[in-house]
Design a protein around this ligand. Structure first.
Ligand code: GTP
Ligand code: MG
Length: 243
């Protein structure tokens, strides 16, 4: 078990051994993240060379990332070019859901690791290029592995990081999982069609998230009813608006 991120992977997964003292672990963790960041910056250049804005979706399992992507693609596909990288521990299921909408998609499976890292995404971008008619995209959506902890530590080269919390999860999540919010650009409160059935407080979630990151944009939406989707789509379109 990797004690560094608790991902349940053997220690080789992060390229380091746990047979050492604490300060060495900190040093190694630092160098792993530095190495990751270097590759992530290359990914960013690569995404820009495709003409795209890269968006990394982070949330707990089941918060509605893939459903939101499906609804987003429905609305944006007629006017923009979209590519998707799906990250999961196992299965091709999310990629299959996206493929049904006839957009280029690559499924990355981590085989146990609880997050995507820049090296894996680098591979994913190359695989995705094989699926493109021309090397040209407006958006590259990256759905991270469902987990509100570890993905927050790994920059993938994205331009915007979106963190989701769904209504059934509870409005205490920003305070309890701060890193995911500190480094995010946009906080989406998802499944707002369920507000009548859960004691979720939008005010509390917003307040706690803004305390951690005053620059955070916040959108409340439901992929099922479509409420809030226009605001989300406008947020995305503004990212690719040419000056
Ligand atoms: N009521 C309601 N259900 C939703 C909404 N969005 C997604 N769901 C449901 O929530 C469940 C999980 O949705 P997914 O989109 O698969 O969630 P995910 O975040 O991609 O899950 P992982 O990839 O496993 O982390 C599915 O049963 C969806 O139909 C929503 O806005 N409202
Ligand atoms: Mg999913």
């Amino acid at each position: 078990m990797c004690e560094w991120c608790g991902c349940g992977q053997p220690e080789e997964h992060h390229g380091h051994s746990h047979d050492h003292n604490h300060s060495k672990i900190i040093e190694l963790n630092k160098s792993i993240l530095e190495e990751n960041n270097k590759i992530a910056l290359k990914n960013k250049e690569h995404i820009e060379a495709l003409g795209a804005v890269g968006i990394n979706f982070i949330s707990s399992p089941g918060s509605g990332k893939t459903t939101l992507l499906q609804e987003t693609i429905k609305r944006l596909k007629p006017r923009t070019k979209i590519g998707v990288i799906e990250g999961d521990i196992e299965t091709q299921r999310d990629a299959q859901r996206i493929r049904e909408q006839k957009v280029p998609v690559v499924q990355l499976t981590t085989g146990g690791a609880c997050h995507l890292d820049a090296r894996l995404v680098h591979k994913g971008i190359h695989q995705l290029e094989h699926e493109l008619d021309d090397n040209n995209l407006n958006f590259l959506f990256i759905e991270n592995v469902g987990n509100l902890v570890c993905p927050a530590s790994f920059y993938l080269g994205e331009h915007k990081r979106v963190v989701l919390v769904s209504v059934p999860e509870g409005s205490d999540k920003p305070a309890k999982y701060p890193k995911a919010f500190i480094d995010a650009d946009l906080f989406i409160i998802s499944k707002i069609d369920l507000l009548d059935y859960f004691d979720f407080s939008i005010d509390e979630a917003k307040k706690e998230a803004l305390k951690l990151n005053p620059k955070l944009d916040i959108i409340c939406l439901s992929s099922v009813t479509g409420k809030g989707m226009d605001e989300w789509i406008n947020y995305l379109l503004n990212l690719i608006k040419k000056e």
